[in-house]
Each structure stands twice: as C-alpha cells, then as structure tokens.
Write a protein that binds this ligand. Sequence first.
Ligand code: FAD
Length: 538
Amino acid sequence: MVECFDVIIIGGGITGLGTARDCAMRGLRVLLIERFDIATGATGSNHGLLHSGARYAVTDPASAKECIEENRILRRIAKHCIEDTGGLFLTLPEDGLDFQKKFVEACGVAGIPVEVLSRKEALRREHSANPAMLSAVEVPDSAIDPFRLSAANMIDAKELGATILTYNEVTNIIREQTRVVGVEVFSHKTKSSCRYYAPVVVNAVGIWGQKIAAMAGVSVTMQPNKGAMLVYGSRPNRMVLNRCRKPGNADILVPSENISLIGTTSTNISFDCIDKLGVTADEVKTLISEGEKLAPVLANTRILRAYAGVRPLVVDGMDNDGRGISRGIALFDHAERDGLDGYITITGGKMMTYRLMAEWTTDLICRKLGVCGVCRTAEVALPGSRDDVDMAGKKMFAFSSVLRKSLIRRYGGRAFSIFNFMSSIWKGRKRVAVQKAEAYSLLCECENVTAGEVLYAQKELNISTLMDLRRRTRVGMGQCQGEICICRAAGLLGCRRDEVVSFLQERWKGVAPIAFGDALAESEYTSWVYKGLCGFEQ
Ligand SMILES: Cc1cc2nc3c(=O)[nH]c(=O)nc-3n(C[C@H](O)[C@H](O)[C@H](O)COP(=O)(O)OP(=O)(O)OC[C@H]3O[C@@H](n4cnc5c(N)ncnc54)[C@H](O)[C@@H]3O)c2cc1C
C-alpha cells in the first residue's frame, strides 16, 4: 500500500523536526527524511546557547529582537531542555567601556533586560570571571541542550502521527513540469532506493540546502561558515560568560551539564569540506588563549575534546567574513521566486529561532494546501516540559536521588514513565528484585545512565547506532568519553564489534586535535584497554 503524505520535510535538524511537529499539530500527514540520525548537522555541533539576543543587539538588532522573543517562549515550552544559568558580558581592559554603553542602549531598544554590575558584584555572582574586568552586564542568556530539544520535537511529532525516517538520504527531487511532486530516497539501512510523493516538499537541510535546491533546478546561494569549539571536562563557570565587544573569536563560555564549552571561531570554507570537518591546531590555540581571558581558571582545566559545525548562512550581498552575513531566517517560496510549485526552502536562522522558522514554514505549507491551521507551538509545551517534574520525582522512590535527578534532567516530567518502563522491562523473565536490580544498574557512571534507560532509548527513541544512543542519553559524553560504558552498552544492545570501533573512531576525531597533556594520557589508556582487554588491533 502506498502511504499518502501532505508534506515531505527533508532534514532532521532542529528546523526540520520543529516543522514536522508544527505540521503534525495542525493535522497534516508528515514524512520527515534524514540521511543519518537526527541532530547530526549544525544542530548537534553548536554551542548550546539560548541567546538572550544581547550578542546581536549592536550589530543585528532584528536578530536580537527575534532571540529575546523566542528565548521567552522556549523557557515556557522547552523548560526541561534549558538550564537557567543567566549570562554576563565582561568588559576587559582591552575592550574598553565605549562598546558597553552602546550595548546597553541597543539591548534596551531590542527589549532585552540588562543589569550593569560593578567588577566586585560581577565576581560575587560568577567566581570564575576574569578579575581583571572593568565591569560586566547581566543578561538572560542560558544553556539549552540541542539533543534533548531535537528529541522532544521528534517524539511529539511521532506521537501526533508523523513518520520519521532516519538513515534515508534524499538523492533527487521529482519534478513534473513546473511542480515538485516527491523525492527519491536511498536507504542506508537496506541499501535500496524508493520514491515518496506529496504535494509539498520542504528543503530544511541547513547548509546542504544549496545542493538540495539545485536538485529541483532552483538556486539558493549559501556560504558555509565553520565554527570550532572546545569541551572542558568540568564546569568552572556557573553563568554563561561573553565578551562585551563586537562578536569575535572564542568569546562565549557556556556551562552545560558537567562540562563547559568555549567557542567559537568563524571561517568561511568551501562546500567540499562540509562533510569532513576537522579542528586545526590554530583554532585550538585561539580557543584556549581567548577562553582563558574570560575565565583564567580554564588554564588548569582539562580539555575533553574539540568539535566543529557549519553555520547555514544565506548570502545576501553583505560582506563575506562569515560574521557579516546575516544570521537571519531565509524562507523561500519557490513558486513565487522561481515559478516552481510545491517546493519551499527554509534555512539560516539559529537553533533558538527554530520554532519561529517552523511556524513561518508551516503557515506557508498550509496556505499551499488550502488548510487553515493555527500555530500553537508557542503555547503547547514539548513532551517532558508539560508534565509535573516534582510529581515525577516523588514517584520514583526506588531510585537514589542522583539517578532520579539525572533522569529528570534528561526527560523532564516524562522521567516517571521511563522509570516505569525500566521497572517492567525484565518482567516474566526473572524474579522482580533481580529484574529491578538489573534495570537500575549503572551503565555510564560519568552521566548516571542506567541499563534500563539504554533499553528504553533502543525501544522508543529511534536509535540505530551507539552514536545515536550517545545523542539521546549522553552515554559516552562524559569525562571518560565512552572508555568503559560503550562496551557495556554494546553488550546490552547486541552491537557488533565494528560498531564499537566506529564509535571509538568518532570519539578519537574529537580528541586528536587536543591530544596533549591529560587528554593524550587518557587516550593512550583507552587504547591499551581496547587493545589489551578487548583485542582490538586497529
Ligand atoms: C559553531 C556553531 C555554533 C552555533 N551556536 C549556536 C548557539 O549557541 N545557539 C543557537 O541558537 N544556534 C547556534 N548555532 C546555529 C544552529 O546550530 C543552526 O542554525 C541550526 O542548528 C540549524 O539547524 P537546521 O536544522 O537548519 O540544520 P542542520 O542541523 O544542519 O540539519 C540539517 C540536516 O539535514 C540533513 N541532510 C543533509 N542532506 C540531506 C539529504 N540529502 N537527505 C536527507 N537529509 C539530509 C543533515 O544530515 C542534517 O541532519 C550554531 C551553529 C554553529 C555552526
């Protein structure tokens, strides 16, 4: 039987997932197609900052206003994905106080609440901040977890009837005269191709948007802009730290879970490089030296890994240094723009403006389909953020408080249903006490993930590989970078040896650029463990 869809969305980053959710909420039959796992593009390699908009207030006031409005909405609808850290913009002696004055005025115009702090007060609120600062401004910046946000949008879209196809790559756009009618897809799982049809197809593939537009014979000009970041193995700062100056390299330090992230750089790259990103020695040097200016304690903090992502910037004739090209939202109705019906491109923007991007796109889809759906994504919270977290915590009395807290951090108010799943998993096989002990046993000590949670992810959260498991549960993201837990997870999920090898290779990619000092010692140790105990020779 041929399945019928109203809309096909290409791309399982936050833009595609948010659009899938919005469309499903408005009653449309949705198919989302992603070539790998969800959040494997820019969404899974960004800085995790819930911007207050202050960073853009002086240089891009429209983006600043969008950010603060979406910041307020996301705090309501995605509260389990956000840690309300607050943020400081530090003025260092080399920055001077002139910019701070313009900054405070521009934030006022954009509607961003700010508080100017003396050096002493700023240090009282954030001990790790550079004591050489002249003064600081507090803004409502926060940390947001991209993987959790993506998963919550996917879960809701699925529960509302959307079909999410991961590991399926769009290889062609099917046109009939002046109309797009469907897509050709290659499945990386079955190694076969097939076609899907719908009256509207949405190109939501971020920086790959130029290529997917060209498949339909239209042109969207983009500039890939690479940003590199470093992950520190502990969390010296409680608040987000920014430099109060025109945006530049390595001027944001975001605390997230048990780590802190310094970033980013900004380098225009060619399209040939977007699928093979690496972090260079120069980028590492810049990140380390600039990061220490924000928080000197970073000089003595272990670096865990380096990674990079590509910003989906749309060229609009402005200057070309990457930071100058607009980070605003680009929504193209190719019927109006190019005379091609049934085709839409949505790109640009930021992770934190994804909901707005999805709203505009879904409004356009509805107009094309002649459906009158009203957007409710600003009011209806995501799964995990609409259920009562305190109640969930009280019901999980059989768990230690550490496990309870970490489950709630990852799943918000849905934690109790996951706990229930864990408790029932082994039923019918063994005595209840033994079942529970197994389900509750720790698999990843760095991130407090239990064996039961891993099995839950396997059953409910669309995972195909150990890397997907990492994105859903944080297994392998902690201090040991999967050294011990990944073997356990592989055993539990019945993964093959080559899957463990490819997980370790992927982790090594992030360690290689910072393989000196502690990181080098740890990776040597990991290599002995896998060669000596597991017999892995490569
Ligand atoms: C270094 C860096 C730091 C950033 N920091 C922040 C931040 O702190 N806060 C913030 O709000 N924003 C930040 N951003 C911006 C943010 O990450 C992006 O704007 C956002 O994630 C874009 O999401 P997307 O879904 O449009 O694209 P992506 O996340 O790139 O998703 C596109 C998806 O399309 C898939 N795809 C590609 N080709 C095909 C195909 N042929 N078939 C099927 N699927 C395909 C890809 O695999 C990918 O998963 C940052 C970006 C970068 C690069």
